[in-house]
Design a protein around this ligand. Sequence first.
Ligand code: PLP
Length: 411
Amino acid sequence: MHLMDIDQIRSQFPQLKEKVYGRQLVYLDNAATSLRPVSVAEKWAEMSLRHNSNLHRAVHKTAVDATEEYESTRAAVAAFIGAAAPEEIVFTSGTTQSSNLLASCLEHGNFFAEGDEILICEAEHHSNIVPWQMVAARKGLKIKVLPIDDRGQILISELGNLLTPRTKICAVAQASNVLGIINPIRKIADICHANGTLVFVDGAQGIPHLPTDVKEMDCDFYAFSGHKMYAAPGTGILYGKRSLLEALPPYMGGGEMIESVSWEKTTYAPVPRRFEAGTQNISGVPSLRPAMEMCKLLAGREITAETERVKTFLLGFFSAHPDITLYGNPDDPAEKLPIFSITVKGAHHEDLALILDKMGIATRSGQMCAEPLMDGFGVTGMLRASFAPYNTMQEAVYFTECLQKAIDMLK
Ligand SMILES: Cc1ncc(COP(=O)(O)O)c(C=O)c1O
């Protein structure tokens, strides 16, 4: 596929033509879940309707073909994120399961001793906070918070002061789902590694927008969700450096994660199968392949230039607006994804979202699964417009006009 211009790209996402309340849908809730291109839906349907069979078990042709689809997707994901080998890729149901899997396996692998510390960035999504809190409560660990500044940037100068010989892992997003700020992962990893601290990166928001190379970032673990990068929901990845994955015990027990089972002694399959108990997402996982192809197309020059125009326009609009506060406004706009979370003086975020919805615009309102971050900014919620590369300048302009109308109605 050699689609380059934005109209051709948009034609691949049929939902962009939908109407809501008789108005053209303007979908600006991409950070929650992206829309799906035809290629993804076709692969998903093809697997369901023509190649459905359980994986890794039977010798018949359909089972072998389905397994080949699944395993070749593992290899494609490894190549896509620069992993050293397919064995470093564990399929999960999404970022949430990935972080829970990792936290649980580290706990059961006796990686933590009472009094050890976990460092978590202040701007994390709940799925990169709560699993660690649950382990901390069970094992008597201390959670420390890596703070951000007023503009939403990680206070990297604080990192060295927060790390101690007891800090076992640092959990940080590649980019925040609220602030859209792209974090300096390589810098964080270098500082953490010099202290003997592992680094887990939540890539849920990074992967749809950024070329991602786990070797370049030098993170130890990396997670993302398929549904935020155009693939089927219920698909996700946990990447781990092979030696680290190999040191971990299994996650769940069940079929296909074992080497041998007896009443006396059960032994486990090598990585990554040790972490994939039970029937996997047979139809969904192969949809990651066309989704990754779409990510590559959307990284084309013409598309990224449009996203940059949108970003510049909206950063200008929000900064100049007397009633709007924008959260996540880095010194260098290149360090921000097109994710815009705002509060408006005198207008509640949910009222704004409801009015915008009536105008055809889908946004998100509330805490966005980042309550500690909301507390840090002293707000109860925000309005978020999150753009995908298929969104246009025209949509951005329409959004600002409708937002202004909504503000005028509420003031
Ligand atoms: C930064 C970040 N991490 C994790 C998640 C959780 O992803 P999922 O619900 O797909 O597991 C999200 C979802 O919004 C997110 O934005």
